[in-house]
Design a protein around this ligand. Structure first.
Ligand SMILES: Cc1cc2nc3c(=O)[nH]c(=O)nc-3n(C[C@H](O)[C@H](O)[C@H](O)COP(=O)(O)OP(=O)(O)OC[C@H]3O[C@@H](n4cnc5c(N)ncnc54)[C@H](O)[C@@H]3O)c2cc1C
Length: 422
């Protein structure tokens, strides 16, 4: 059995690795000249910057991958005991992620803190409920709108009022095995001593991992080889590229939904139409250099603040990256961002950084993603209509958890399925 993999981002690379570990015959095709998709690092003026993910959680499946690729000597653990901040009402305030921070934070009033204690008495999510309705009902409006909401929606650039529980946070809660009170589940976890996997990166950035995966499997991955069509044939599927056609038994499509829709048009027009419904939010990532030296992981900027940025990652502090900070701009905050020039967005990022932290900043560069993050908005009801023909599989961030650990787990699971199906 031969498996054809379209795309060599982290989903495709992890899948090629997992399939080959199981002894499968696999061929992968990547449109760009570099592997890694969204997960890519650059050096600018001697600084390591990340175009997409800034850091990973060192989960067991990532540990196995790092071990297989002998990357432990380059692994760098982050200081995840540092606080996360929210810029609320013109001030940087600590997001209460521990009992001590909850007692001391000035983000919530005493009433807002006491309201959290009622959470165990509230019901689980209701059909049709939005993330905003759920969080307000569970934790009260202060905690819901001042930090839980921004903490969740900030990842995707979508307002919590546009996210349905069933297709977003509800799935994450279910995957975490929480079936009742969230507060009780968190307390149980703390008491059991189970630790959250540490934050990590590599000395030269996360691109070390995608490059190492590519190098290990370069003999079966063709770069600069976009797949232009997937056609059903008697023996399986034909993958068309400018270099010719290859016939494979199974195809795994790891590209964003819109590209997947184009590629699968001649396989199944209904599937293609369903895939076109998924929305993504574009995002601009601006790299900044600043002497700001407070400890912290980053700053969330909720949409209620009059700001054109949605957040900052403090790479300098928790990843020990010399004076580097990363700023995010999305259309929710800066509606005309796609028409604005790079230098304009760099200036926005630097001036907002200065306003929020009080320290000067110089832009080092910018990268734009379009499509960027899956939006997990109401368009995700399309998930219910995905019906895959035999031999076609989707392994991409819009059908599963978008974080890199989730991508690796998804790839490992699919590799197991393909191996046992043979
Ligand atoms: C700004 C940003 C910050 C993020 N931060 C984090 C973070 O801190 N931690 C974390 O865990 N996750 C983070 N994520 C999420 C994570 O990076 C992505 O979900 C993940 O990298 C997606 O990987 P993928 O392989 O599924 O998709 P992609 O990376 O999009 O890979 C798809 C690949 O397919 C290729 N391709 C497209 N068309 C074709 C074609 N026709 N033929 C062949 N190849 C094709 C593309 O070039 C690409 O390489 C972030 C995402 C973004 C956008």
């Amino acid at each position: 059995m031969t498996v054809g993999v379209v795309g060599a981002g982290m989903s495709g690379l992890a899948l090629v690795h997992a399939l080959r570990k199981q002894g499968k015959d696999v061929r992968a095709y990547e449109a760009r000249a570099d592997p890694g998709g969204i997960m890519r690092s650059r050096q600018i003026d001697g600084h390591v910057v990340e175009l997409g993910p800034q850091r990973l959680r060192l989960t067991p499946s990532l540990e196995t991958l790092i071990d297989d690729l002998e990357l432990y000597p380059q692994l760098r653990l982050g200081a995840d005991d540092q606080p996360l901040y929210i810029f609320y009402d013109g001030e940087l305030r600590v997001v209460p992620l521990s009992a001590r921070e909850l007692l001391t934070t000035d983000l919530l009033s005493v009433g807002g803190k006491l309201r959290l204690l009622k959470e165990p008495l509230t019901e689980s999510s209701r059909p049709g409920e939005t993330v905003d309705e759920f969080l307000v009902r569970k934790f009260g409006p202060q905690a819901a709108r001042r930090f839980f909401g921004p903490l969740y929606s900030g990842l995707y650039g979508t307002e919590t009022t546009d996210m349905l529980m069933e297709y977003s946070l509800g799935r994450a809660i279910e995957n975490a095995g929480i079936d009742g009170s969230i507060v009780v589940a968190v307390l149980r976890k703390l008491l059991s001593g189970r630790e959250t996997p540490p934050i990590c990166t590599f000395d030269d950035g996360l691109g070390v991992l995608s490059n190492a995966l590519y190098e290990r499997h370069a003999d079966v991955i063709s770069l600069e080889t976009p797949v232009t069509a997937i056609n059903p044939v008697d023996e399986g599927y034909e993958l068309v590229t400018d270099d010719g056609t290859d016939v494979v038994d199974d195809v795994v499509v790891t590209t964003p939904a819109g590209t997947s829709a184009d590629l699968l048009e001649s396989v199944d027009a209904d599937l293609s139409e369903t895939l076109r419904r998924f929305n993504y939010n574009p995002i601009a990532v601006v790299f900044l250099e600043s002497p700001f030296d407070r400890d912290g992981i980053g700053t969330l900027v909720p949409s209620t603040e009059p700001s054109q940025i949605s957040g900052l990652t403090w790479n300098a502090s928790f990843l020990d990256r010399d004076e580097v900070f990363t700023c995010y701009i999305d259309p929710g905050r800066c509606p005309n961002m796609t028409e604005r020039s790079d230098s304009d967005l760099e200036s926005v990022a630097a001036s907002e950084f200065e306003r929020i932290t009080g320290a000067p900043a110089e832009p080092l560069g910018i990268h734009r993603w379009d499509p960027g993050m899956p939006a997990y908005d109401r368009s995700w009801t399309a998930m219910d209509d995905i019906d895959l023909p035999n031999g076609i599989h989707l392994c991409s961030n819009y059908v599963g958890r978008p974080g890199i650990p989730g991508r690796v787990r998804n790839a490992n699971r699919l590799a197991d399925e393909l191996a046992t199906a043979e």
